[in-house]
Design a protein around this ligand. Structure first.
Ligand code: EPU
Length: 429
């Protein structure tokens, strides 16, 4: 079992490159199943969730391979089976989104109900209603979704809330449906735009991505193509918050500043100096942050994925901050861990009431999910002493080389197998 050890108190300094987007890659890879011929995606991150998706594509007989340079080759000219293996789909919610492409290509799909980070109920009812609206017959039996269709037909679909996954999944299926599909109340996240750009390059016809109404004209077939994945806005946001939290001076490069406007504005509210260029963001901070309020909302609101890192940052504010989570009902497991590190946080309903303390102190803590992991690393960078973080497998699902990137910014951080702690102690002197 791996642990991350981080010794706090060092302001982060220097520049750090943003990797390719996890969530965009996880939307593009199922869509690659629609195409005949080879797709080459560039800028795909080497992280646990992408490795799971690679295994899943291989498991249904599709040739998919991620190279060390971040290029991922997928050739779905042939798909051997409509059945997705339980162990892989249970590992990651995004794997469920191969159901639609299988249905569109093979006329049937058998995919288990998904697992993933435990942050809330995370239903898939919109996905299933979307399949049914496009003409599929869907049954849920023994924990599996079984869907059949003799050709999908375009439809008008209204999402009850703007789900990113359901928007991407329905958009993908609709590309091969007969006629026009309109998704109302669609998610407007940049990952949806990246997906639309990709399927349009494959020969699809998608309009309106990035707005709340997306129109898809079905086509008979799509072809493989090449596409560069957008930068990971959550990774960029995590480094920005880490820089601010340590009183550091960091340039986050190779990112799209427009995608993290909400994070930029909240950091500025807290008194952090943030400058932006065409593809970089410079964050400099000194002294304690001012207390702020933040509420998670669909894009362009403040992202739920940055709620946990922001909470860590605000633990040392010069007053009381309120952070409200409206997307997931259980995305608060980091709070007990932060309190063990000396934070003063009370949960009232869906709001964390954070009363700033002078400083955090190191403790043994465990990451319960990916972004809780980022929050604990940030807290460890802020704290006096050496923090030991378990649950590293969650962090590795979504952050590429996070300890190496933070080390390059001057952090004292390392990831070790249990039992190697002494090596770490020696490394730290
Ligand atoms: N929802 C339903 N029914 C559905 C689908 C969603 O009720 O059929 C609800 C969910 O229960 C949740 C809300 O809608 O309360 C948002 O879910 P959404 O479908 O938008 O989330 P997702 O597509 O499963 C993606 C990201 C998440 C990110 C959310 C919100 C991927 C692979 N994951 O999830 O990222 O938090 O959008 O922005 O794109 C992460 O990266 O750490 C992460 C969890």
């Amino acid at each position: 079992m791996k642990k991350i050890f981080v010794t706090g108190g060092q302001p982060l300094q220097g520049s750090v490159r943003t990797s390719g987007s996890k969530n965009a890659s996880l939307a593009l890879l199922p869509a690659a199943l629609l195409g005949y011929g080879e797709t080459v995606l560039e800028n795909v991150p080497h992280i646990g969730d992408i490795h799971t998706m690679e295994l899943l594509l291989n498991a249904i007989g599709v040739r998919a391979r991620l190279l060390p340079d971040g290029r991922m080759f997928v050739d779905a000219s042939r798909i051997e089976t409509h059945m997705a293996p339980y162990e892989l789909v249970k590992r990651m919610r995004a794997s469920f989104c191969i159901a639609g492409p299988l249905l569109a290509r093979l006329g049937r799909a058998r995919v288990p109900l998904p697992g993933g980070c435990d942050i809330g109920t995370r239903a898939v009812d919109y996905h299933i209603k979307g399949m049914e609206a496009l003409g599929a017959e869907v049954r849920i039996e023994h924990g599996y979704v079984e869907a059949h269709a003799k050709g999908l037909k375009g439809a008008d679909i209204l999402l009850d809330s703007p789900s990113v996954g359901a928007t991407c999944h329905i958009l993908t299926m609709a590309c091969l449906a007969e006629g026009k599909t309109v998704i109302q109340n669609a998610a407007e996240e940049p990952e949806v735009i990246d997906l639309a750009n990709y399927v349009n390059a494959m020969g699809g016809v998608v309009r309106g991505a990035g707005t709340s109404v997306i129109e898809i004209e079905g086509v008979k077939s799509l072809r493989g193509t090449s596409h560069r994945v957008i930068p990971d806005r959550m990774e960029a946001g995590s480094f920005m918050i880490a820089a601010a939290a340590t009183g550091g001076d960091v340039c986050v490069t190779d990112c799209i500043p427009d995608h993290v406007t909400a994070v930029i504005l909240k950091l500025r509210d807290a008194g952090v100096d943030v400058e932006i260029g065409p593809d970089w963001i410079h964050v400099a901070s000194a002294g304690r942050p001012r207390p702020i309020t933040a509420k998670t909302l669909p894009y362009p609101g403040f992202p739920t994925d940055m709620q946990q890192p922001l909470t860590s940052f605000l633990t040392i504010a010069s007053g009381t901050s309120v952070v409200t989570e409206t997307i997931y009902e259980r995305r608060f497991k980091h709070i007990d861990e932060l309190c063990q590190m000396g934070a003063d946080i009370k949960l009232e309903g869906q709001s964390a009431i954070i009363t700033g303390v002078d400083r955090l102190t190191a403790a043994r803590v465990t990451a319960s999910d990916l972004r809780a992991g980022a929050a604990l690393i940030i807290a460890g960078l802020m704290a006096r002493g050496t923090t030991e973080i378990g649950g590293v497998e969650h962090i590795e699902r979504g952050y590429e080389n996070i300890t190496a990137k933070l080390s390059a910014l001057g952090a004292t951080i390392g990831c070790f197998e249990e039992g190697e702690d002494t090596a770490y102690a020696r490394a730290c002197g």
